[in-house]
Design a protein around this ligand. Structure first.
Ligand code: PEP
Ligand code: MG
Length: 332
């Protein structure tokens, strides 16, 4: 079994009927780079940049950030790297942000609904600009994309793009070498608000990354770290799947790239459903890539589309579970 999965590393992620699928890795710390290579992932679909700000007393400056991003982009040797800008939230204890007065000292009553992700970055333009400048400079080393966390309105995307363009102009004036083209600016779809306005957001963003972890939490109003309600946390709930479908179709309609980078993408039993919804790009824990590749290679798009239609007709989570688990077994 292990040998079989190891052999998969060199095989392409392509369905039985010849559709190419992009399988990438999520990454939290650079120490995971060897795992990404081993897993046969075609790039990094989600680099959570929080690690850069953790376990230190001061904020990393532009030069330090540039070097870290460049190391990662170079290590991917031409495969794309999607860097998500800082996704701070009140429950994440990042000392440097506190000691430098970047985040409020008094904790929020409800951090999940507070000043998190893009909201903080737009309030702290110096922090945002420094990170964007570092990403832009590092991006001369290979294909790069910039991803905004926790977007809920088109206004945030417009405001973020203004900052991004300002940073480009500033670097140009400084005489820095810039990547050509300038890396696309995309957004996470991880709140019901974003998913349901995906048609409008698709006009403003260069790409979507659907984050099913937060999307599930916000849609079902369940914090999965609270054990009393954890059993209600169900990414296969029809409400979550309908949001994924709506956002995917909004992107595909105007030919904007769309991927799934939440845990949903890491489960090979869900691969037929996601392919059937029209998705062709997934990012997951590196260790999950071989099994998902195996699932991709076992199915044809027609069968997946038929299967997805059957699933999406259901409104009972129990029936959806049963369908998905059954299809998974058939594919194995
Ligand atoms: C998500 O919310 O699904 C996601 C991928 O982001 P994170 O897990 O980092 O919150
Ligand atoms: Mg998230």
């Amino acid at each position: 079994e292990r040998q079989k999965l190891a052999r998969l590393r060199r095989l392409p992620a392509i369905t039985a009927d010849g559709q190419t699928v992009e399988l990438q890795a999520n990454m939290e710390i650079p120490a995971e780079l060897p795992l990404v290579a081993q897993a046969g992932a075609a790039g990094i679909g989600l680099l959570r940049s929080e690690f850069l700000f953790m376990n230190r007393e001061t904020l990393p400056d532009e030069q330090a950030q540039t070097e870290t991003y460049r190391t990662i982009i170079e290590a991917m040797a031409g495969d794309p790297v999607t860097i998500r800008v800082l996704d701070w939230s009140g429950e994440k204890d990042i000392e440097a942000l506190q000691s430098e007065g970047v985040v409020p000292e008094v904790g929020e009553q409800n951090p999940a609904l507070g000043l998190r992700g893009i909201r903080l970055l737009l309030r702290r333009p110096e922090l945002f600009e420094t990170q964007l400048a570092a990403i832009l400079r590092a991006a001369t080393a290979g294909p790069t994309r910039v991803l905004l966390p926790m977007v809920t309105t088109v206004g945030e995307v417009r405001a973020a793009r203004e900052v991004y363009e300002r940073v480009v102009r500033r670097l140009r004036r400084r005489g820095e070498r810039l990547p050509d083209p300038i890396p696309p600016l995309g957004i996470m779809i991880e709140t019901p608000g974003a998913a349901l306005s995906a048609d409008a957001l698709a006009l403003e963003a260069d790409f979507f990354a659907i984050g099913t972890n937060d999307l599930t939490m916000y849609t079902l109003a369940v914090d999965r770290s609270e054990s009393d309600v954890a059993s209600l946390y169900d990414p296969l709930h029809p409400a979550v799947l309908r949001l994924v479908q709506f956002a995917t179709e909004a992107a595909l309609r105007i030919r904007k790239p769309v991927s799934v980078c939440g845990e949903l993408a890491a489960n090979p039993r869900l691969t037929p459903l996601l392919l059937g919804l029209g998705l062709r790009s997934f990012s997951m824990n590196a260790s999950a890539v071989p099994r998902v590749k195996q699932a991709v290679r076992a199915v044809s798009i027609d069968d997946c589309a038929r299967f997805a239609r059957r699933v999406m007709e259901q409104s009972d989570p129990v029936k959806i579970q049963a369908l998905v688990m059954g299809a998974g077994e058939a594919a194995e």
